[in-house]
Design a protein around this ligand. Sequence first.
Ligand SMILES: [Zn+2]
Ligand SMILES: [Zn+2]
Length: 486
Amino acid sequence: MKIFVNFDSDNKDIRSIAVENGIIRRFNINPELYSNCETINLNRCFLSPGFIDIHTHFLHSALELDGTDLKKVENIDDIIAIMRTEGKNKGYGYDDGLWKIKPNRYALDVISKTEPIFIVRADRHSIIVNSYALGLLKIPENLKNKYTENGIFQDKSLIWINKKIFETYTESDRQRAFETAEKLAFKNGITTVHALEGGDGWGMEDPEFMLKKEKEGASESILGIILYPQTVNINWVKERGLKRIGGCILLDGSIGGSTAALSEPYCDDPSNNGKLYFSDKALFSLVKRAHLAELQMSFHAIGDRAVEQISRIYNEILTKYPNENSRHRIEHCELLSQKSLNLIYKNKIYLSVQPIFEYLWGDELYKVRLGNRKTNVYKTMLEKGIVLGGGSDFNVTDMNPILGIHAAVNRLDSDQKLTKKEAFDLFTANAAKFSFGENKIGTLKEGSYADFAVLSSNPYKCPDEKIKNLTIQATYKKGILKYSNY
Ligand SMILES: [Zn+2]
Ligand SMILES: [Zn+2]
């Protein structure tokens, strides 16, 4: 048995925690009476339940960490300079939403004319390759268009090219990448992630690998994994005894890419209101089959028109085949109508949100695209009684729940500002419910795993605008130290 002592938490009644075999056994035992047990002194730091990031593309993002990081580039010249310096042929994370000149294959030819080069946009809705790579690729006739001629792959051609890239990774590449990303998660206080993996654009090697990790995680003290295979193949999922399906199965695109399906046109492009990627008929059929197969499911819907489509279809299916506790979910849900809000509440649909999106893009990009339309109305959702959980969409953004909490509390739109407790719950207690895990993770209670994130100081005693300065001092998974900054 181990006894954790000398910490702050959001429950003043807890003064010590006794942990045995990775489980919280008892509170407030006197360590002096158990002198043969290890006592862990947390030096007045703040002990939070381990964070849960309910939206990561864990493995394929980890594989991408091997490439050049383009998150901070500001124009094409920056891309060229950094890719030349690092000498890698893959770059990830550029965001050209507000750039006057967009990259194409000719820009990448400046990096190399004799080796394949490709870059992936931050929201993953575009991949661009250089002329050499374009020459090697045998693009099917039906995917060729004016964009692919310029080395730009979007929509269907994007799915095709991404799969080509992911087929080149081996099992040992995956193991190495997993370990790197697992360290990153622990460093940020995360003890469980939902891993949304594979699918049309990636193949099924990643979810196969993560399935092994999910099983390992059930018995060992590695990072907890909740796998969502991003496929529409229900047999694949059932054959492996999984309970979940979906993730970022795209019902529309993104606000940055002007491809999110909106009810009104984009402010900066009045001829465009985005598009829906599924017909009602196809989506209805998929949702019905998955629901009747008793799978918990999830879809990516960002624009209000896409959110409306999935809310309406969930409603039709759940009205016909009721299940009070399906916990079907919608990813992102950045814009939504009152009608959708009502349907989401009625059917107890869970919303998986990324507060960091609003923090990064709300003030500039979203204003350009959407004017003063309200986005990410978390307070409205919570007041309605909807369950919200938080995520990073790693590696669209970093796995960093502290920054997610900071973003949710420090909203510019003061109507939608969350309290600290509400924001913490997004990444702990509420997040646990998304995997039916509320008795095991997300809260400090007897019988739960001893998953802890130890913060440098008490967030409830620090000013809102300083939350992001809190650091993770230690992370424990099932009572075992996985990261230490002491
Ligand atoms: Zn998504
Ligand atoms: Zn995603």
